[in-house]
Design a binder for this molecule. Structure first.
Ligand code: GLC
Length: 455
């Protein structure tokens, strides 16, 4: 499809997806597709709304973003409490449903994972909420909203929950499986990269948005310290390039005590076969996950891209990640941007990693499918690292296929040549992602979320 028609179609879908409550726009549906299998795609998902919100901000229409930010704060209180637990007020919902216009007395109802498939906890939501608040403030100048009592309280509660001491042995944040964009069992429990990148972004954001006064002094200093230790830890221990791979290949194990080099007792035998030769010199990436005796060598695109966008990677690392995308273009992009992770888990490993999930069969959905919604993050990261050539190439690829196929949620196959077997059409973040990518290429300085968060 030609770019002009593609953009018109994307805007049409985005506008059709707007959800209103009491006559005011408050969010966008995940998909506008009458044939969708899961009814919760009619709901507004916090993470899916982020690309929509960025489009509205770019277009000078912040009202819906403001309404969304306020509504999410109100919905926090709907969280149900399990017997024997206390309510974690800092958690924000995965999604919410708006009542139909006639039900004026019915309030929007939020899902904290208590209705979601697999009952997964939306750990990423509150972090996206805070990051979006920053974008809203930067593009409107409305710092008053962030400084209002209720917003300060919301941030306090979230930071309280996310910084609480639990069973940590590293500065990285520990989460259950499926607690972010990959919201089905995929072996992403522990310390997945995407959560670390969001956590890093949130900690930096908090230092901008919390009022600097005596009351906040302690919290601000905690945020600063944790941000610094997280950054050093991820930059060193999550990083993989040919040099690091050689070190790990020759790691000694069973080291005891403070001078250990192989800190997490990673066994070199766990290095998968595919990696030898896959990584070329001058390329590299952040590992998918890291824990005791566990290095997840899979390449997760979104986590790597967010790490670049939020400045969690060094400049050198960012450049090497972009080189990897270039070097492995066929595998990571194929026919439609962009692989969610590479490679897929197969065979017995698929059975025990996913619980034999038919939606996550190899090279489908979260298990190595291609997700058009990731285009905005790729284009943003490419522009940030000076790789406009790659950004343009990726966007052209997306423009060619995704709108013609009616905005699928994801594609199947090693090269992403098939519309996902259980994919929705009219998936809103596929369209919003393309609008942002296009806008960024035309106006590289336009998007506040891409301004480096550096402390
Ligand atoms: C799927 C995705 C999740 C997304 C939701 C709505 O569950 O895994 O990331 O938020 O669909 O699009």
């Amino acid at each position: 499809m030609d770019p002009k028609t593609a953009l018109e179609s994307a805007y049409q879908l985005l506008n059709d997806s707007v959800l209103c409550y009491k006559g005011n726009p408050v969010g966008t549906a995940a998909a506008v597709d009458s044939t969708v299998a899961a009814e919760n795609y009619e709901e507004c998902f916090v993470r899916d709304f982020v690309p929509s919100a960025l489009v509205f901000l770019m277009d000078g229409k912040p009202e819906i973003v403001r309404n969304f930010l306020c509504l999410i704060l109100e919905l926090r209180n709907q969280q149900s409490v399990m017997a024997g637990h206390e309510r974690a007020l800092g958690l924000m919902p995965a999604s919410f449903k708006v009542p139909c216009e006639v039900d004026v007395d019915v309030k929007p109802s939020a899902d904290f994972g208590d209705r979601a498939i697999g009952r997964v906890a939306p750990v990423d939501s509150a972090m996206w909420w805070m990051l979006l608040l920053r974008s809203y403030v930067l593009s409107t100048g409305d710092l008053e909203l962030a400084h209002s009592e209720i917003f300060q309280e919301g941030m306090h509660q979230t930071l309280g929950l996310y910084l609480i001491e639990s069973f940590e042995a590293s500065p990285a944040m520990l989460v259950p499986d499926a607690s972010f964009m990959i919201d089905r069992r995929m072996g992403v429990y522990g310390h997945p990269l995407e959560i670390q990148a969001l956590f890093y972004g949130m900690l930096a954001t908090a230092q901008e948005l919390l009022i600097h006064n005596e009351k906040n002094e302690h919290l601000l200093s905690l945020c600063k310290k944790r941000q610094q230790t997280l950054r050093s830890y991820v930059r060193i221990y999550f990083w993989l390039d040919t040099e690091r791979l050689n070190e790990i290949h020759r790691y000694k194990s069973e080291e005891f005590g403070v001078d250990a080099v192989n800190l997490l007792n990673i066994f070199p035998e766990s290095i998968p076969d595919w990696i030898d030769g896959w990584l070329a010199p001058e390329t590299g990436y952040m590992l998918g996950n890291l824990g005791p005796g566990r290095m997840d060598f899979r390449f997760f695109s979104f986590g790597n891209l967010l790490s670049i966008l939020f400045g969690l990677t060094t400049e050198q690392q960012s450049a090497q990640i972009m080189n990897l995308f270039e070097h492995r273009w066929d595998e990571l992009f194929g026919l439609v941007p962009l692989k969610i992770c590479y490679p897929a888990v197969t065979g017995d490993k698929w059975a025990y990693t996913t619980g034999s999930d038919p939606k996550n069969v190899p090279w489908s959905y979260h298990n190595g499918g291609n997700w058009p919604c990731l285009i905005w993050a790729f284009v943003g990261a490419a522009i940030k690292t000076g790789r406009v050539d790659l950004a343009r190439k990726a966007l052209n690829l997306a423009m060619e296929k995704v709108p013609d196929d009616n905005w699928p949620e994801y594609y199947d196959g090693k090269r992403g040549s098939l519309v996902g077997r259980r994919s929705n059409y009219g998936q809103v973040w596929s369209a919003a992602g393309l609008i942002i990518a296009n806008h960024l290429l035309d106006n590289p300085d336009s998007l506040p979320v891409f301004e480096s968060i550096n402390f």
